[in-house]
Design a protein around this ligand. Sequence first.
Ligand code: NAI
Length: 428
Amino acid sequence: MERPLTKNIHPGRPPLNLKDYEMTGGYSALRKIMAGMSPKDVQQAVQDSNLKGRGGAGFNTGMKWSFVPMDEKGGPTKYLIANADEMEPGTFKDRLLLEGNPHQLIEGMIIAAYAIQANISYIFLRWAYKAAAKCLEESIHEAYHAGYLGENILGTGYRLEMYLHTGAGRYMCGEETALLNALEGKRAMPRAKPPFPQVSGLFGKPTIVNNVETLCCIPHIINNGAEWFKSLSYSEDGGTKLYGVSGKVNKPGAWELPMGVTMRELIEEYAGGMKNGYQLKGVLPGGASTDFLTVQHLDLKMDFKSVAAAGSRLGTGTMIVMDDATCPVGFVHNLQHFFAQESCGWCTPCREGLPWVEKLLLSLEKGTGTEEDIDLLQQHTQWLGPGNTFCALAPGAMEPLQSALKYFRDDFDRHVKEKKCPYHHNHH
Ligand code: NAI
């Protein structure tokens, strides 16, 4: 089984420096494009590979790049941004790539920037990722020194600057348009789309924002070809995927596996199954802002289309397993507390609705909730749903809530009937 993104990463060991990276074939993809691939050729290879965005939305990466207006000569300033603001609860896959092999990301960024003919690039890094900040800083410096960044890259005349920008610790900054505002020095509030950043992004210029894992795939696609990339996958989406499992499993962790492995393989094989005494009750397949799946979905292939067909989303591919000793109402309350706290307050449904949802759930959990409160929660999943807000934060927050109401409705009702949390004795 091939693991192109992580085969040279050994957690616990220091990250690969420039020499280590070059010894594993690093920067050969950059040399290859500079020796004879046009920006359009690079775009085409990525489009053919069927790489879908790994930040969570699964948008076709090559198609996204193709929306950038390409002028033959002296076009407008363009930007390439690596979204490294990994803050989705339960998600820690990009951290592995950042701390393990920073040059892989940098090479992917240079190739992506070349493909859209951008001359300025940024890594927007999660504030809390201190170790990653240090190794990125050093690696960018090494890449400049080796002539992979700066003026006249590899003697071709192509120029690219790269800057590391650390966020201030808000979930909102990972939303691509809020990220752009933050980079411009404004409050991190989302912008309306359209216009999409590909046309009008940073400082109003064409901008591509790609996730870290997405960009790390690029050198491998260039080196080995689109067909090879597609052949890595068990599904129609190309490539491997960094999957993760957390919760009361024996071996929580993250693994690079063919796109489309089943949930059962992930939980039972890679995560070593549930801990003694615990049963699987629900699974959030890709971070907190995805719909619950349950035991009936264990044989589901974990690719974008299959998970969507089951009523959820692959999201970041890092699943959170909920066990049978955990109260679903308390669990969802905890998530809504996070989302309410992270709302940027720009649009009313999100700013006012999420704290209200949080209060209703808390009241149920304390045993003071009513059946009407449950109806009200159900209504909020519509009011805060897609189309009613500026960005995906509130609709994402509604996904675990609406699916908890669907699969675990009995648990909500029991809180009302018994006037207490029926799981309370299980709290450790
Ligand atoms: P989206 O589907 O609106 O956009 C995804 C990408 O495709 C964006 O770059 C967007 O510009 C582009 N795009 C979409 N439709 C387009 C169109 N018609 N024309 C041109 N470009 C288009 O999703 P969004 O709001 O960017 O991201 C939501 C996702 O983020 C969720 O799936 C969620 O799971 C994930 N997420 C990940 C986090 C993390 O830490 N990795 C944190 C929070 C959310």
